[in-house]
Design a protein around this ligand. Structure first.
Ligand code: NAX
Length: 334
């Protein structure tokens, strides 16, 4: 099988360190597909990325054909079939949202352009670095000639968090749960939704109602515990671990790409993709939806019932995405 070239930005960061070894072990693209890894860093990160490259060599992974480290975006994305954009500018004390968006536009705009200039013609790009949805929008719009739907942003970690919370509450295995959806922005406004989810084939809402004293109890748990816990899990991890999610984020990024390129076998998952107007979300926004993939990229699953609660919550998250897009436009970036 031909080797796949995977470029990871922010390769010297904590997510990069948790991700690269699993890609090289074949966990992302399968046990038959050789991989060329390209590690893209800023100049200050190059030395540490080189150290990671040495460790990758020391693993003697059978599937790992080559590892290259660079701080030049065009070199980093040259021939890339898969681009995982993890490195981003974090929010620092006193930074306004506009400053954060502008700083990240200064990363994701040039990286989108470099992908257009040097990546393989079948490139697919996942944005992990925050604010992920809007960074994906910026990269896609800078990547002239690359279809926008090749870009997506990661809400898979939110999705897995939601599945795990629901499974824990119902005391079932995570594989019994199907059909959870993350809607909206990868931020505290996201809407983790179980309205169409099932537990071992049975509506999740009925299983919750059985445990929690009826539908009112189930609704109270969903509104007061489940939704806020999932939406704020990133902050919970920081306060308990003393650092932001890394291994779980890497795991989600790996699953996002694996399902995108190998397919979901009809199963639904969640990913932030470019809206074509589904569920009334304005066209062009990068919004999290229920998706499936047949291996040729994510497609939004249409026709799900959102209900009044869901509609209100999705609208609030979309309003935030519109605000972010407009702020970026006002800076003359889009
Ligand atoms: P780290 O600060 O550990 O690493 C980031 C790395 O990116 C650093 O090594 C830095 O040198 C590098 N970098 C910065 N600018 C770069 C550029 N222009 N080109 C290449 N590399 C560059 O952060 P880490 O914990 O790995 O998180 C990375 C990003 O993921 C952050 O933006 C974080 O907010 C985001 N996350 C997104 C999640 C999601 O669900 N979408 C969840 C986890 C995570 O919070």
């Amino acid at each position: 099988m031909d080797a796949t070239t995977v470029t990871v930005t922010g390769a010297a960061g904590q997510i990069g360190y948790a991700l690269l070894f699993r890609i090289a072990a074949g966990e992302m693209l399968g046990p038959d597909r050789p991989v060329n890894l390209r590690l893209l860093e800023i100049p200050d990160g190059v030395r540490a990325a080189e150290g990671t490259a040495l460790e990758l060599q020391d693993c003697a992974f059978p599937l790992l054909r080559s590892v290259e480290v660079t701080d030049d975006a065009r070199t980093g994305f040259a021939g890339a079939n898969i681009a995982m954009l993890v490195g981003a500018r974090p929010r620092t004390a006193g930074m306004e949202r506009g400053d954060l968006l502008a700083a990240n536009a200064g990363i994701f705009g040039p990286q989108g352009a470099a992908i257009a200039a040097s990546a393989a013609s079948d490139v697919r790009a996942l944005v992990v670095g925050n604010p992920a949805n809007t960074n994906a929008l910026i990269a896609a719009s800078a990547a002239e000639g690359v279809p926008a739907e090749r870009f997506s942003a990661m809400t898979r970690l939110d999705h897995e968090r939601a599945v795990a919370q629901l499974a824990a509450r119902l005391e079932v295995g995570v594989t019994d749960i199907e059909g959870v959806v993350i809607w909206g922005n990868h931020s505290a406004t996201q809407f983790p939704d179980i309205a169409s989810a099932t537990v071992a084939g049975r509506p999740a809402i009925d299983a919750l109602a059985d445990r929690l004293g009826g539908t009112d109890g189930a609704r109270a748990w969903l509104d007061d515990e489940f939704v806020p816990r999932v939406a704020k899990r990133g902050a919970e991890i920081i306060s308990v671990r003393g650092a932001s999610s890394a291994a779980s984020a890497a795991n989600a990024a790996l699953r996002h790409v694996r399902d995108d390129v190998l397919g979901t076998d009809g199963r639904r998952t969640s990913a932030a993709v470019v809206s074509r107007g589904e569920y009334g979300v304005p066209e062009g926004l990068v919004c999290s939806f229920p998706v499936t993939s047949d291996g040729s990229g994510y497609r939004v699953v249409t026709g799900l019932e959102l209900g009044e609660r869901g509609r209100t919550r999705l609208d609030a998250s979309v309003a935030e995405l519109i605000d972010e897009r407009d702020a970026v436009r006002a800076l003359g970036i889009l």
